[in-house]
Design a protein around this ligand. Structure first.
Ligand SMILES: [Zn+2]
Length: 205
């Protein structure tokens, strides 16, 4: 298994040492995060699974999805989960001017109202950090499940969680159509496994 994507190497973290990558606690803790929603096909199902285990998670939402599905957005908020900004159009930081990128984040903020931000596609640069970090806490990740990759299986995604999770891990899933098949397989099994390993679940704040 290649691990560059699943578990970001130390030098990658060094670019943004003040970002939230992982946060070990005295009691074994993980932070489940769900990116790219909210959408009616997948997000309510995720909420059901989390409710079954009484787990709170953090959802990094695409502003345009919140605009299209305000009812699903409200379901996530009402269930007591944390929400974060994932830009309005899921834009790529490497290709955009700083001002345009910030404008896209701000547009999303007018729907999302959160101090948390996660850059889409793992694309972030110092200039974007400088522009956004005064207002937003930038949340990266410690374990990327790759549930979005249609060439991989649900078993693979579950295997990523088992192999790379440690105390304090921020784990990335996606409530998206692309991820749905692997997510439906892996999420309940991953939660069962994490509980069996003695982890508690917390939200990014
Ligand atoms: Zn994303």
């Amino acid at each position: 298994m290649l691990s560059f994507i699943e578990h970001p190497p130390r030098f990658f973290r060094r670019f943004f040492p003040y970002g939230f990558w992982y946060r070990p606690q005295s009691q074994k803790t993980v932070y489940l995060t769900f990116d790219d929603g909210p959408i009616p096909e997948v997000t309510p199902w995720v909420l059901d699974v989390l409710a079954r285990y009484q787990i709170k998670a953090t959802f990094f939402m695409v502003g345009d999805n919140v605009r299209k599905h305000p009812d699903v957005f409200q379901q996530v908020v009402s269930a007591g989960h944390c929400i974060g900004n994932h830009t309005f159009n899921h834009v790529r930081g490497f290709r955009m001017k700083t001002d345009d990128y910030v404008a896209n984040v701000e547009l999303a903020d007018s729907y999302i109202h959160s101090h948390l931000f996660r850059p889409p596609h793992g694309q972030f640069l110092k200039r974007l950090w400088k522009a956004l970090s005064p207002k937003y806490k930038v949340v990266f990740w410690d374990v990327v499940t790759r549930d979005y990759n249609m060439r991989l299986s649900g078993e693979y995604v579950l295997g990523v969680v088992k192999r790379f999770t440690r105390n304090g891990s921020v784990i990335v899933f996606h409530d998206s159509l692309k991820s749905e098949e692997r997510l439906r397989y892996a999420l309940p099994k991953a939660i069962e496994w994490l509980l069996g390993q003695g982890y508690r679940f917390d939200v990014v704040d």
